[in-house]
Design a protein around this ligand. Structure first.
Ligand code: ATP
Ligand code: HMH
Length: 505
């Protein structure tokens, strides 16, 4: 039992739920485990009662005998250091007393008691003769989390009708029972859903807007579980309660979108981590990228770059369009820099915006100065379409969408560049090798990998609708890249030789 002699601190708080079950996953142990995980805790659970319930109500309850409950509790505490415990539905006096005995033997540092008596559906979850046993547990809990009817039962007073009355009642209970009381105003009418923590004669109000939603099944379970999970990593109960309540408001708001059940639905415990379980963004769009690269490599212009047979005029025509494109692209990268959530991303895109202008200038100095193309030739319809798409995302989109829209310019060029460079290296005296090498080797390939990482990071924090817009913006940019490579007409005149039409399509 070395672990129990010097309890090691784990990488996550080890938090236990002692509660009943909800097979639809919105309340009881199932909700508690999600709530623990949503707050970074390692969750464990001891079952006090098996319920046949759903979002409409409770159909049946089976309470395992007290000896088996004790066996479950001891199996956990004989082996695992419990950092915090949340106690929920107790069903009977025998169950409540058994849990009380366990706490006397193995009290974890933090004990939250949710005095569950009636479900959201109105079904009773605690025998009448068990109330006294739950009152006895108050003495060993740190915090008790009653709703207004439960508060009235524990205080042995009528149900409070106003919020000030409820806080006063909670204050009386806290001082009589020697326990902190997190009183919950979810059952009050009105646009607010206030809670308050009453502790040692001090009242900490926890205001909160009422969310217009029927997804309130298991809110009490989820809140008390969040409180237990957060407390080991917070300095006091008030700060744990504040964070738990803020999280719960978001979870209620996101609940309906889960589409679970046709009664009072559950909350979305993971609303703050919407990308959980989704593939990494660049994996998800990898197929779009691969198709764009394959289509690009099929373009006559790119084939001419690969074998070196591209007519000079076609190359210069394309580079002129590229210079026009880069000037506009630079402004979009500057927008990404403006919106960037971190200094690292801000700098990456600011540098990118700068290097577009540097490359644009060097294209003029290196190739375009001696070319036949008129410097005043306007952007082609293809160039304009690409630039307009980017500008629209930059004007209306979030950071994540802008990053998704600018990514193909890096990623397609790097992928196509690597393939082209290998082919160019096989052709002695390849006339475009320098230009191809710019994109097919470091540092450009490293910049492309960096842009991919930033897009993946941005996609981690967006809601599903924004992620869809990221994919759409990425897909559109890929299509524009392919069209961009295809815009210069490369016409074969002599067999084996190609001449560019001077006009840009
Ligand atoms: N519509 C709502 N909008 C925002 N917060 C709410 C809403 N309904 C309840 N809450 C919050 O949810 C938590 C639980 O409150 P409530 O008073 O409903 O407890 P409960 O009756 O024990 O919950 P349960 O429905 O699980 O039995 C509190 O923090 C409360 O403020
Ligand atoms: C198991 C269980 N505990 C608590 C509640 C209260 O919502 C419920 N419905 N079911």
């Amino acid at each position: 039992m070395t672990e129990r002699e010097t309890p090691p601190t784990g990488s996550r708080p080890r938090v236990l739920s002692v509660a009943g079950t909800d097979p639809t996953g919105g309340a009881g142990i199932q909700a508690d485990l999600k709530s623990f995980a949503a707050h970074g805790a390692y969750g464990m659970a001891v079952v006090t009662a098996l319920l046949a319930q759903n979002t409409h109500g409770v159909r049946d309850v089976l309470v395992p005998d007290a000896a088996f409950l004790r066996a479950q509790l001891d199996a956990v505490s004989d082996d695992v250091t419990v950092d915090a415990v949340k106690i929920g539905m107790l069903a009977t006096a025998a169950v409540a007393d058994e849990v009380g005995d366990w706490l006397a033997r193995h009290r974890p540092p933090f004990v939250v008691l949710d005095p569950v008596m009636v479900a959201t559906s109105g079904d009773r979850l605690l025998d009448d003769d068990a109330v006294a046993a739950v009152r006895r547990l108050l003495a060993v809990a740190d915090v008790v989390t009653p709703n207004l009817p439960e508060l009235a039962v524990l205080a042995d007073e009528p149900v409070a009708r106003t919020w000030p009355e409820a806080v006063q009642q909670a204050t009386r209970l806290a001082s009589a029972a020697g326990v902190a009381v997190l009183v919950k105003g979810g059952h009050l009418p009105g646009v607010e859903s206030p809670d308050a923590l009453v502790e040692g004669g001090r009242v900490v109000e926890l205001p909160g807007a009422r969310v217009a939603s029927t997804s309130t099944h298991g809110t009490g379970c989820s809140l008390s579980a969040a409180l237990a999970a957060l407390r080991p990593r917070r300095p006091d109960w008030a700060s744990a309660a504040r964070d738990a309540k803020r999280w719960l408001g978001g979870a209620i708001a996101a609940g309906e979108a889960l589409r679970v059940g046709s009664g009072h639905g559950p909350v979305d415990h993971f609303h703050h981590a919407p990308a959980l379980g989704l593939p990494v963004f660049t994996d998800e769009v990898g197929g779009i990228l691969a198709a764009a690269c394959a289509a690009s490599l099929e373009q006559p212009f790119v084939r001419g770059l690969a074998d070196g047979g591209l007519p000079w005029d076609a190359f210069v025509e394309q580079l002129h369009q590229d210079a026009l494109y880069l000037t506009a692209y630079s402004r979009v990268l500057a927008r990404a820099s403006t919106l960037a959530p971190s200094a690292e991303a801000q700098e990456f895109f600011a540098r990118g915006a700068h290097s577009c202008l540097a490359v644009e200038r060097s294209l003029h100095e290196t190739y375009l100065a001696r070319a036949s193309v008129r410097p005043s030739s306007p952007p082609s319809a293809v160039t304009r379409a690409y630039v307009d798409h980017l500008a629209a995302v930059a004007a209306h989109g979030s950071y994540a969408e802008v990053v998704a829209a600018v990514l193909p310019c890096y990623w397609v060029y790097a992928e196509v560049g690597v393939t082209l460079l290998a082919q160019a290296d096989a052709v002695p005296g390849h006339p475009y090798r320098d230009w191809v090498a710019t994109y097919g080797s470091a540092p450009f390939t490293e910049h492309a990998a960096h842009a991919c990482r930033l897009a993946d990071a941005a996609a981690q924090h967006v809601d599903p609708a924004t992620r869809e817009r990221m994919i759409a913006a990425f897909d559109a940019s890929c299509r524009h890249e392919v069209a961009f490579f295809g815009q210069v007409a490369v016409v074969a005149t002599d067999p084996g030789r190609q001449v560019a039409a001077l006009a840009v399509r």
